[in-house]
Ligand binder design. Structure first.
Ligand code: CP
Ligand code: NVA
Length: 308
């Protein structure tokens, strides 16, 4: 029977913390958790959740994942804990490591997440930073694998902001050898060091394409993916970004240029008539809610590996 394997790295801060084989293993475990073929009991292990930004999917999917694994979750709301009062990360991390077996953190600066990981003696999981959203990428590639069975010949086109979600898709895509095309307005390209790392990983360097042309990027694509134009923490840039992203809405014209069996993904929450039209969002091509469900199964798999 399939069993969770211990991961080489103790933390999951970036998609790069997993090897290709580890991602494939986690996706396999996720499918087994989803089909209820796998039953793992973590025997009351505790997951601490620190969310400096809002969350629906990540928070609830981690809570339910931990509960299904026979563990518990402690929601450490920064405003009702000493975190919001400014207790140093290195003190919080050392204390929480004495109570919790694993800690998932959603925050702004990726360096703050790394600081938690430096001082924590227990695994730390990135529940989204300004740089990456690696748990989301696991669920995304699970959704793609469910649809197409394998990743061979799959073209994933992301249209929108080259931010955390896009960065993790690029890195996870590179590790899995999936063709990833990013189309974003000039000045909103993904992180340069993420792009460079991805090019180092890809055996075929042509499999990653960054452009400013959505019409070209969608040609023949199998998966069309988008994310909000203004991320959490960028509320004051909304007017400027809405203007910059004109022409980057996934609408039926763009969808018609993709492969006829293309599917639509969105990490959610979505803003209709900004990054995606309501028509496309609600169309038969939408796999968005399967993708959201897959957060639960992928995180069950991740937790079971980190805690095995
Ligand atoms: N996709 C995602 O991370 O959603 P939440 O912000 O609701 O957690
Ligand atoms: N890029 C978005 C993702 C939300 C899940 C944000 O950071 O707000």
């Amino acid at each position: 029977m399939l069993k969770p394997n211990k991961l080489a790295k103790n933390n999951f801060l970036s998609s790069l913390d997993l090897s290709t084989n580890e991602i494939i293993h986690i996706l396999e475990l996720s499918k087994n958790f989803k089909n209820k073929k796998l039953n793992i009991d973590l025997n009351n292990k505790a997951l601490g959740l620190i969310f400096d930004k809002s969350s629906t999917r990540t928070r609830v999917s981690f809570q339910v994942a931990m509960s299904r694994l026979g563990g518990i979750t402690i929601d450490l709301n920064p405003t009702t804990s000493q975190i919001g009062r400014g207790e140093p990360i290195k003190d919080t991390a050392r204390v929480l490591s004495r109570y919790c077996d694993v800690i998932a953190i959603r925050t702004f600066n990726h360096s703050d997440l790394e600081e938690y990981a430096k001082w924590s003696t227990k695994p730390v999981i990135n529940a989204l930073t300004d740089l990456e959203h690696p748990c989301q990428a696991l669920a995304d590639f699970l959704s793609i694998q469910e649809e197409f069975n394998d990743f061979k010949d799959v073209v994933l086109t992301f249209i929108g902001d080259g931010n955390n979600v896009a960065n993790s898709l690029i890195l996870c895509g590179a590790l899995l050898g999936v063709e990833v095309r990013i189309a974003c307005p000039k000045g909103y390209e993904p992180n340069t060091s993420v792009i460079n790392k991805a090019y180092e990983i890809y055996k075929n360097k042509n499999l990653l394409k960054i452009s400013n042309d959505p019409s070209k990027a969608v040609l023949g694509a199998n998966v069309l993916y988008t994310d909000v134009w203004s991320s959490m923490g960028e509320e004051n840039q909304k007017a400027e970004k809405d203007k910059a992203f004109e022409g980057f809405t996934i609408d039926s014209d763009l969808v018609n240029k993709a492969d006829k069996d293309a599917i639509i993904l969105h990490c959610l929450p979505a803003y209709r008539s900004k990054e995606i039209t309501d028509e496309v969002f609600e169309s038969k091509k939408n796999r968005i809610f399967d993708q959201a469900e897959n957060r639960l199964h992928a995180q069950q798999a991740l937790l079971s590996c980190l805690l095995s």
